[in-house]
Design a protein around this ligand. Sequence first.
Ligand code: HEC
Ligand code: HEC
Ligand code: HEC
Ligand code: HEC
Length: 153
Amino acid sequence: MAKWLMFVVCIAASAALGYGYLGAESCQGCHPDAYAAWRTSAHSRAKETLSAAQQKDARCLSCHSPAEAEQQVVNVSCESCHGGGQYYSARYVMKDPELARLVGLVDPSEKGCRTCHDASSPSLKPFDFVTKLKAIDHWTVERNKRSGAPAER
Ligand code: HEC
Ligand code: HEC
Ligand code: HEC
Ligand code: HEC
């Protein structure tokens, strides 16, 4: 208890700057199914959608590759939604939901989606959270595996 408390106090000082990103490949080893699902999603290719000139345009990158300038992680990656993994991705932290959230794990929310899926994005239809959430499902397989049930996808 005291040990992890120190750990939390120490890193709280750097929290204001945002937690460091490790990149999607750092999650892959422990979350292979989530990674595979993300890989097939538009998010993993959001930068490649842009032309060469647009890939240098900070206005476009702010949604298509938001952590590139500061964290050198391209596309809309795991940590764009879950927060920088610098401190939470150690196994003993990941297994402790409370601690993981104290050190940077974010619960993705509809509001978070809407920071990018807003009126300015080139979509014909307004963003429907429930439908779009289903379209990026990479958690059902994770949860089934944990509960021992057969994976259904
Ligand atoms: C060393 C292995 C390991 C690494 C690396 C890792 N995780 Fe985890 N993660 C786990 C374990 C173990 C759990 C606990 C749940 C379980 O047993 O499946 C977990 C749980 C989670 C959860 C659910 C937490 C909760 O309490 O709801 C999310 C979200 C998550 N990981 C995202 C990530 C992301 C994003 C990365 C990369 C930045 C990452 N993980 C890297 C092992 C890891
Ligand atoms: C950092 C910005 C960002 C965040 C946050 C974000 N997205 Fe996206 N999303 C994008 C971009 C950019 C694309 C388009 C990628 C492409 O086609 O190049 C996209 C595409 C998608 C697509 C495929 C296209 C479509 O509309 O059917 C789905 C589904 C989606 N996002 C769902 C979500 C959901 C659900 C959330 C929240 C849990 C979310 N996104 C959060 C930027 C974001
Ligand atoms: C506010 C966030 C945001 C910004 C800024 C942004 N985009 Fe996007 N972009 C999105 C989202 C979200 C999608 C996915 C929309 C959908 O399909 O629902 C998308 C999709 C696209 C697509 C794919 C469209 C398709 O039909 O498949 C292209 C191309 C694109 N954006 C280009 C750009 C360019 C070029 C810029 C800079 C001038 C830019 N975007 C700036 C959020 C953004
Ligand atoms: C566009 C945002 C977004 C991206 C990108 C994203 N996730 Fe998620 N992730 C979510 C959302 C939203 C949920 C939870 C859905 C829910 O609670 O119903 C989730 C759930 C999870 C879970 C399961 C948590 C649990 O309760 O069991 C894991 C593990 C996970 N994500 C890992 C990853 C990894 C690894 C990557 C990259 C390879 C990634 N995610 C990319 C939004 C995202």
